[in-house]
Ligand binder design. Structure first.
Ligand SMILES: [Zn+2]
Length: 331
């Protein structure tokens, strides 16, 4: 029997005492820490590792764990695992763009065995620095669309195949540091399609992140074309990856997205009925972990608008599953 995980994903610097206070007494049992992605993800991850090693931050994590909340790390780690300055000595480790030029901007050449071995080693290092409380790891490829390798060998691989090769290499590495580790395949942007030729190794699980969904309309309703596209993508993904460890990363509380990734944060408006309907939708499809980005809701938000709806969000998980209420009606 696996326990349902329900969580929230925030930026590390947003883990303040008042944030911990808001998590207290809720049914949230997983906290994901997410250094900012984008083009400067490696720099942000280095900054996080420095913060992480400080006593004050470790003290905060201790308080979180005392609430029965497990800590995980979710981030675009590829540019940290394959530092861009390696281009000077190993340009062949980097991707070839459509003009047949090796470029170091994003991702890498997934047909280069040496480069794959290198990121396995770096993934092991990162997993030993940021050991997950749950054994689940979310070391993602770069946070960008349309930036895969077009070299002779990689050309036959779809973006999802290329991502799958990278996640398999990352899994191999993190298992050296944590033998029970599992690594996600992030279905997001260009990788929503099922890989065609590369199989996931044992220990890879599906993480589904429907970034462009409408968070005010339940996924299961056919009012919104964008949502329907995600619903259509999810079925084949689940058949391919299976339900074991299936994790949803939602945007219901992603105030960084709603604020256009610009401070000051805007006032968030959440639709709790949609969240409740979506939770039912995902649980019916076997989701073990359901979490949402909840960035831009920390102290600066509270100063402007008061308490963010984190407790209300957590309350959405407390609805009774349909099967249970039927059971009750019988007596
Ligand atoms: Zn290549």
């Amino acid at each position: 029997m696996t326990m349902n995980k329900q969580g929230i994903v925030i930026h590390p610097e947003e883990l303040t005492d008042s944030m911990i206070g808001m998590l207290k007494g809720t049914c949230i049992n997983v906290l994901g820490l997410h250094p900012v992605g984008g083009a400067r993800a490696d720099e942000k991850l280095r900054g996080f590792l420095t913060l992480f090693s400080s006593e004050t931050f470790q003290e905060k994590l201790k308080k979180v764990r005392e609430l029965g909340i497990a800590v995980e790390y979710e981030m675009h780690a590829l540019s940290w695992m394959l530092p861009r300055d390696l281009y000077e000595i190993h340009p062949e480790w980097f991707r070839e763009d459509k003009e047949k030029k090796r470029v170091r901007d994003f991702n890498m050449c997934v047909s280069n065995e040496e480069a794959l071995e290198y990121i396995s080693g770096r993934a092991a290092e990162l997993a030993s620095l940021l050991r997950s409380d749950t054994g689940r790891y979310y070391f993602w490829i770069d946070d960008v669309k349309d930036a895969f390798c077009c070299c002779e060998k990689c050309r036959r691989l779809t973006p999802s195949d290329q991502a799958m090769l990278l996640y398999n290499a990352i899994l191999k590495g993190i298992r050296r540091a944590d033998p029970n580790a599992r690594q996600c395949y992030l279905a997001y942007l260009d990788t929503m399609e099922v890989p065609r030729t590369v199989r996931p190794e044992e220990g890879i699980f599906l993480e589904f992140a429907p970034m462009y969904r409408d968070t005010k309309t339940p996924l299961g309703e056919n009012r919104c074309e964008e949502n329907q596209r995600y619903v259509r993508d999810l079925g084949p993904l689940l058949s391919y990856f299976g339900k074991k460890d299936f994790q949803v990363l939602e945007y219901w509380l992603d105030n960084s997205l709603f604020s256009g990734w610009k401070k000051p944060p805007k006032k968030i408006a959440v639709d709790l009925d949609t969240i409740r309907a979506d939770i039912r939708f995902y649980r019916e499809r076997g989701a073990e972990g359901i979490t949402t980005f909840g960035c831009y809701l920390s102290d600066d938000y509270q100063e402007l608008y008061g308490k963010p709806p984190i407790g209300e969000y957590a309350g959405c998980f407390l609805q009774k599953p349909a099967a249970d209420s039927a059971e009750e009606n019988r007596t």
